[in-house]
Design a protein around this ligand. Structure first.
Ligand SMILES: Nc1ncnc2c1ncn2[C@@H]1O[C@H](COP(=O)(O)OP(=O)(O)OP(=O)(O)O)[C@@H](O)[C@H]1O
Ligand SMILES: [Mg+2]
Length: 359
């Protein structure tokens, strides 16, 4: 037990509330997104007058406050108004109509879901929700495998607002026309924060998370600068938490450039592509994607086969998945259309590398 005694010996901590650095922590205020939140509130407003609300399509790059702003609005709604039911669903976790209906049942406190089919669940949901008004938020909507649930909700839930959130504006273009015409969503774009906004938000989080004066000024400035360059606050929060942990490991009272530097190197290990480590076939496929950025998987396979590639379609798909996992590429699912479900393959750029939450 000596090892843990040693590690746990010091109960002094530089953290005041480490939870404030969690990615899903909802801050008390979400500065610089007031106008966005107001737009969301305007879409919900008709629900207070027993009318149906407006729908909203929210898009923007990772880590810039889309989820935070939206959850903040829902929280206020939940705390202050009983007549409107907020339902937040992350479609990365719940990616099918069945899982989504199960989740809604659970949120509504309905427990007898076992062995029920999706449409039976939907009937139950419909009955419960049509007694009220509802705000649905489907976050990471591009990860939903199919969209029947949207069609159902649009058709059969009377007083509602639906918010869809994604990193990809194009997602809306590929949506089934029948859903699109019923949705007629307003569009709300989130743009990355500028330098002073980034700094301000990080100052606020440091204030929640650490005891006073724990971070040396130059270390903080360097973290802000890096976060601004990466245009992703989630990465900035990672740096702060990791640097804090590193300082604690050494029983230091301050976070200095040294810890921030180490945290940065760790972050780079996540995000730097190690192209040299790819096997030759995968490398060939990657080179081909570079030349045909934005093509569909089927088209890519044709180009690959024509160019002398001799792996089967199945192996080819596996290599694409490997490239996606390694954050060399991003495969954006397109549901529906003449080809059924397919994916558009793009090179990973600064804004669509894999998210930290995926590690
Ligand atoms: N204006 C803000 N004020 C305080 N914290 C913020 C603000 N904007 C973002 N954050 C924080 O940054 C982190 C990332 O934000 P959020 O999860 O909302 O990103 P996102 O835009 O939804 O990204 P993704 O597309 O990857 O889901 C969260 O911890 C969030 O609390
Ligand atoms: Mg989000």
């Amino acid at each position: 037990m000596g090892m843990f005694n040693d590690i746990l010996r010091s109960d002094e901590t530089i953290f005041k509330n480490v939870i404030a650095l969690d990615y899903d922590y909802i801050p008390k205020i979400v500065p610089f997104r007031e106008l966005h939140q107001r737009h969301m509130a305007t879409c919900i407003k008709p629900l207070f007058q027993e009318r149906s609300g407006r729908n909203l399509f929210i898009h923007g790059s990772p880590g810039i406050g889309k989820t935070a702003a939206c959850r903040h609005v829902l929280k206020e709604l939940e705390e202050q108004y009983d007549e409107i039911e907020p339902i937040y669903i992350n479609c990365w976790e719940k990616n099918s109509s069945h899982k989504i209906m199960m989740e809604i049942c659970e949120k509504l406190g309905y427990k007898l879901t076992h062995n029920k089919k999706t449409d039976e669940l939907f009937k139950i949901v419909k009955e419960m929700l049509n007694k009220k008004s509802v705000v649905f938020v489907f976050d990471e909507i591009d990860k939903a495998e199919e969209h029947d649930f949207l069609y159902w909700i649009l058709e059969q839930i009377y007083k509602k607002s639906i918010f869809l959130i994604t990193n990809y504006r194009e997602w809306l273009l590929n949506l089934d026309e029948r859903i699109k015409s019923r949705l007629t969503a307003e569009i709300l774009e989130f743009k990355p924060y500028n330098f002073s906004e980034t700094k301000n938000i990080m100052e606020q989080r440091v204030g929640y998370a650490f005891r006073d004066n724990v971070i040396e000024q130059d270390a903080f400035e360097a973290t802000v600068k890096k976060t601004y360059e990466m245009q992703d606050l989630r990465k900035g929060l990672y740096l702060l938490r990791e640097a804090g942990n590193l300082a604690e490991d050494k029983s230091l009272r301050k976070i200095t450039m040294e810890q921030i530097g180490t945290a940065l190197r760790k972050l780079d290990e996540f995000t730097i592509n190690k192209e040299d480590e790819l096997d030759s076939d995968t490398k060939l496929i990657f080179e081909m994607i570079k030349k045909n950025n934005g093509s569909k998987t089927g088209e890519l396979y044709k180009i690959y086969a024509k160019g002398g590639g001799n792996s089967s379609k199945k192996t080819f798909s596996r290599r694409l998945r490997d490239l996606e996992k390694g954050k060399f590429i991003v495969a954006e699912k397109v549901v529906g259309g003449s080809e059924g479900t397919t994916s558009i393959v793009k090179l990973a750029s600064k804004n669509n590398e894999r998210k930290l939450t995926e590690f």
